[in-house]
Ligand binder design. Structure first.
Ligand code: ADP
Ligand code: MG
Length: 394
């Protein structure tokens, strides 16, 4: 499957640019299985790279120019990294330009490129097509030398492109899981140490991503408000509890002792972060033991905490979660991503996944009067460089 796709994108490259691609840079999308709004609190997250990918067939250019075509946009753009005028680039090209600029900041000169981009990662749907695109561009810019850049540095370069050159504030989780992901595994990441371990995803399970089709405007302001509330909790708790740097170091008895000075809303935000960190640890243990019922229950508990304590859900996400409950083969569902719209992720029995997805779409349509798009995924491999004619998985 992957090898055929690499051949397709290499063929498309050859048709457009009139020469052969030297290689294909491949980077997956990702889904966060559990651990929401914990990343910017030095906490724990458990995302997985997906078997949906961005593939870039490319060949270096000696003149330093970048000619990049994206088939999802249906547009080709040409620029040079250092001399490009940001305001003249279409928005999507900022991601590619930003990657080159952040490599330059790291003292690495990115290669000029002809590049043909295709992707199976849905755009703007919470599966991190943006980070997938960035990481694939970074690998294309580095070519054969991409492994000379430490994996964590590769993730940092891609994140910097998004933060500084596109202007979107995201943590490192997306790029990290895309770089460090491994087929059939979730990535348990400690956002403080940036150390991770791979956890085998049970063979009998699949994940169903369901897009509510809504993105509420509250998304961005709400996200910043929650970050500020967590910062307030961190400052109160760290100044009054020895050894506490932030919420990561706080347990429930410690939090209860400070409830009065925090106020109800900040107390509940903190409670979500503390209980969610504990759920990520429990989820890692449940996944390791192949206990799908427990893992699913933890995902459903995570949703309730995000809905009631962190208050980042919305009616449509709640309707999707309620619609999933009780369907055959279903173990648990939660919102995934920042909230206020976007997607849910469900843990299901692999053999029931297609029927589950169909029934979920029907129930959601009946209850919310909206169409949901569903995607069935399993954890896929991390970013890599493939040969255009590769016949096996790299
Ligand atoms: P998500 O990362 O959840 O998919 P974002 O809004 O963060 O959503 O990123 C989506 C944007 O990233 C797209 O609108 C587009 O600008 C850019 N992008 C992602 N993948 C590609 C691609 N293959 N080609 C061109 N632009 C892309
Ligand atoms: Mg994104």
């Amino acid at each position: 499957m992957q090898s055929d796709c690499c051949i397709d994108v290499a063929d498309a490259f050859a048709k457009r640019f009139g020469r052969a691609a030297v290689a294909v840079a491949v980077a997956p999308g990702r889904v966060n299985i559990i651990g929401e709004h914990t990343d910017y609190n030095d906490g724990f997250v458990m995302p997985a790279a997906l078997d949906l990918e961005t593939r870039i067939a490319f060949a270096p250019r000696d003149d330093g120019a970048v000619r990049i075509y994206s088939d999802v946009v249906g547009e080709e753009v040409q620029f040079a990294f250092e001399s490009a005028a940001r305001e003249k680039l279409p928005f999507w090209a900022l991601y590619a330009w930003g990657v080159g600029m952040s490599l330059l900041e790291r003292g690495i000169t990115p290669s000029g490129l002809d590049a043909y981009v295709e992707t199976s990662v849905p755009q703007g749907g919470g599966l991190s097509s943006s980070a997938s695109f960035e990481v694939a561009v970074a690998i294309a810019c580095l070519g054969d030398k991409w492994t000379a850049l430490d994996k964590l540095d590769l993730a940092r370069v891609a994140r910097r492109a998004e933060n500084r050159y596109v202007g979107t504030q995201c943590g490192i989780m997306d790029q990290y899981s895309i770089v460090f992901g491994a087929e059939g595994h979730a990535v348990m990441l400690d956002c403080r140490s940036l150390e991770s371990r791979l956890i085998s995803f049970p063979e009998a399970a699949a994940l169903v991503i369901a897009d509510t089709s809504v993105r509420h405007v509250l998304g961005e302001s709400g996200y910043h408000e929650r970050q500020e509330e967590c910062a307030r909790a961190n400052s109160v708790l760290s100044s009054s509890l020895p050894g506490v740097k932030n919420l990561r170091d706080v347990n429930m008895p410690m939090l209860e002792g400070k409830k009065n000075i925090l106020g109800d809303a900040v107390y509940r935000r903190a409670r979500h972060v503390i209980t969610e960190n504990a759920r990520v640890h429990e989820a890692a243990a449940a996944m390791t033991a192949g206990d799908l019922a427990r893992l699913g229950a933890l995902m459903s508990e995570s949703h309730l905490s995000l809905r009631d304590d962190f208050e980042v859900s919305c009616r449509e996400l709640d309707v999707m979660v309620e619609s999933a409950a009780g369907l055959p083969g279903h173990f648990g569902t939660r919102m995934t991503g920042g909230g206020f719209g976007g997607c849910t992720v469900s843990l299901v029995d692999k053999s029931s996944a297609a029927a589950f997805a169909g029934a979920l779409r029907e129930r959601y349509q009946a209850a919310a009067r909206l169409q949901a798009a569903t995607t069935i995924v399993r954890p896929g491999g991390g970013a890599r460089l493939a040969k255009p004619r590769e016949t096996g998985n790299a």
